[in-house]
Design a protein around this ligand. Structure first.
Ligand SMILES: [Zn+2]
Length: 534
């Protein structure tokens, strides 16, 4: 007997991702698409899921993911799909795995090094010459999540100019534009910058307008990890907006935050600035719901200290005069600004004994100032430690989540508690971001309604990306769906124990296939690399 549909989700509360009020309805899926929504009690299906008491939402869209670097080692992206994420936007903060250019592989691997540790050996480096080849590779290995790729401006600059902080000449500019255009033609949705990370940080506004313009000409977006999220937050947002206006690209502010205790008041002003700009230019933003960020320990140094290659950096770290200059610059600028107790080391492959300790405590134990400990530790570890940095205000985070333009991004990556990635530590956002919004900020604190929370995670994100067939539950859309219990959904990952799966995310479908069932990954890999115009 033939069935009406492949799958019907019965009796759920459908929160469709548009922001509209929820409705009680059944959802039918056939051939990977949403086939019907309504009372389907008389219809038959091959498979049925009973969603009584559960919310049926579009699969969550993670607008800021670094998991492209981890997918070759973990195509199942466990910690992401178990949060309900079905699509990730990769190639962020100027750091895409491609195009590395020729002869530049080693330098770029150094850039990625702290994040990757040993799994860097699994990266298909020879395929990283072109974004298209890397995306073909991801398609071949089959993923559990969909990937929306960006190309990283830092990587393009590195491919053309190495670690040279100077201005590009005309032929270098032309080559950078060419690489950006090529990546767009190979499927990128846009370009990203990471303007605190060399070599992207050496770029002037004009250089960025130049390269973003050729991306915009192909309909691409500009995702910006802005130049400064602390004392120069407002100036840095203005720069990103200006790049958008002059290039014609839609601007997206990545992992929005006001960093540093003395910059708390800047969050509200930055949001006002963005509100005003949104009247005249298209823009969006994302955030993760935590008061700490995470990056490599070496990012604490002033950017002049990071010029050139790693041996230049090590020379500076050994030189007492240069150390004094770094110390004085870090007192008033950069990420820490004297907040050494706010620096928690989460991982060091070469010095695992650092992990789990605050920088201030490690320095005190060794009888050194925090700065001198930092320089010694970077030398001893070849800059491999990763850190979590407590630098935001909870009141600001609550206010930011409520902003109508604010969508969600983990800024994390897919990990598992067993296998190749089990040794990699992380910020809890890699496991908990989306359930934390739903459990803590929506249910417990009632800052936003369930419909609004789901909209931020799905329909709003899809509208930023111009994804027409995902992000909203409607007929003929791709059947990426997340079914969760609104009464129990919550993150369980903490800074001390970050690799802990959330509760309450019951079932996750990607293109109609069950990737998570009763909270457990099924091993299914129906994800798709989504290419612009593809
Ligand atoms: Zn970033």
């Amino acid at each position: 007997m033939t069935q009406d549909y492949d799958l019907i989700i019965h009796n759920g509360t459908v929160v469709d991702g548009s922001g509209r009020p929820s409705v009680q309805a059944d959802v039918a899926v056939s051939r990977g698409l949403i086939a019907q929504i309504g009372d389907l009690s008389r219809s038959s299906s091959v498979t049925r899921i009973d969603a009584a008491g559960l919310v049926v939402a579009p699969g969550f869209i993670d607008l800021h993911s670094h998991t492209d670097l981890f997918l070759p080692a973990l195509p199942t992206a466990d910690s992401l799909v178990c949060q309900g994420i079905t699509t990730v936007v990769t190639g962020q903060c100027g750091l895409s795995p491609a195009p590395l250019g020729t002869g530049n592989c080693r330098r770029t691997r150094e850039l990625f090094g702290a994040r990757l540790n040993r799994i860097g050996e699994i990266m298909p480096w020879p395929l990283c010459s072109h974004l298209g080849k890397y995306l073909d590779f991801l398609t071949q290995i089959c993923l559990s999540v969909n990937v929306v790729p960006l190309v990283g401006q830092g990587v393009i600059r590195g491919a053309v100019m190495g670690g040279n902080p100077g201005s590009p000449d005309d032929s270098q500019r032309a080559l950078m534009r060419h690489l950006a255009e090529e990546a767009m033609d190979e499927g990128a949705f846009g370009i990203s910058t990471g303007l605190i990370y060399p070599p992207g940080s050496w770029s002037t506004t004009q250089e960025l307008v130049d390269i973003v313009s050729c991306v915009a000409a192909r309909g691409g977006m500009y995702f910006s990890h802005i130049r400064n999220e602390g004392e120069k937050l407002l100036e840095s947002i203005r720069e990103a907006l200006e790049i958008g206006r002059l290039s014609g690209a839609r601007v997206h502010i990545s992992h929005f935050k006001a960093a540093g205790k003395c910059n708390c008041d800047k969050s509200v002003r930055a949001l006002e600035l963005l509100d005003k700009a949104a009247e005249t230019q298209p823009l969006g933003m994302d955030m993760y719901p935590y008061t700490a960020g995470s990056t490599s320990l070496v990012s604490l140094l002033p950017d002049w200290a990071l010029q050139g290659n790693r041996s230049d950096l090590f020379m500076r770290l050994k030189d007492p005069k240069q150390r004094r200059k770094m110390t004085s610059d870090m007192a008033t600028g950069g990420l820490a600004q004297g907040n050494w107790e706010g620096v928690l080391i989460i991982q060091s492959e070469s010095r695992p004994e650092y992990a789990g300790y605050r920088l201030s405590d490690l320095a005190a134990q060794s009888g050194l100032t925090p700065e001198e400990w930092l320089y010694d530790a970077l030398l001893a570890t070849h800059c491999d430690p990763m850190m979590v940095l407590f630098m935001m205000s909870e009141d600001n985070r609550r206010n930011e989540i409520c902003h109508p333009l604010m969508a969600i991004g983990t800024d994390g990556f897919g990990l598992a508690t067993a296998g190749l990635t089990s040794g990699i530590m992380t910020h809890p956002r890699s496991f908990g971001t989306f359930p934390r919004i739903l459990g803590r900020y929506c249910r417990e604190e009632k800052l936003i309604s369930l419909e609004t929370a789901v909209y931020k995670m799905t329909g709003l994100a899809a509208s930023y990306l111009n994804l027409k067939d995902r992000g909203i539950i409607r007929e003929a859309s791709v059947a990426d769906l997340t079914i969760f219990n609104p009464k129990t959904v919550i993150d369980t990952a903490t800074y001390d124990c970050p690799k802990s799966y959330p509760k309450g995310i019951d079932t996750v479908l990607v293109a109609g296939q069950v990737v998570v069932s009763q909270g457990e990954h099924t091993g299914a890999r129906p994800g798709k690399v989504i290419r612009r115009n593809g």
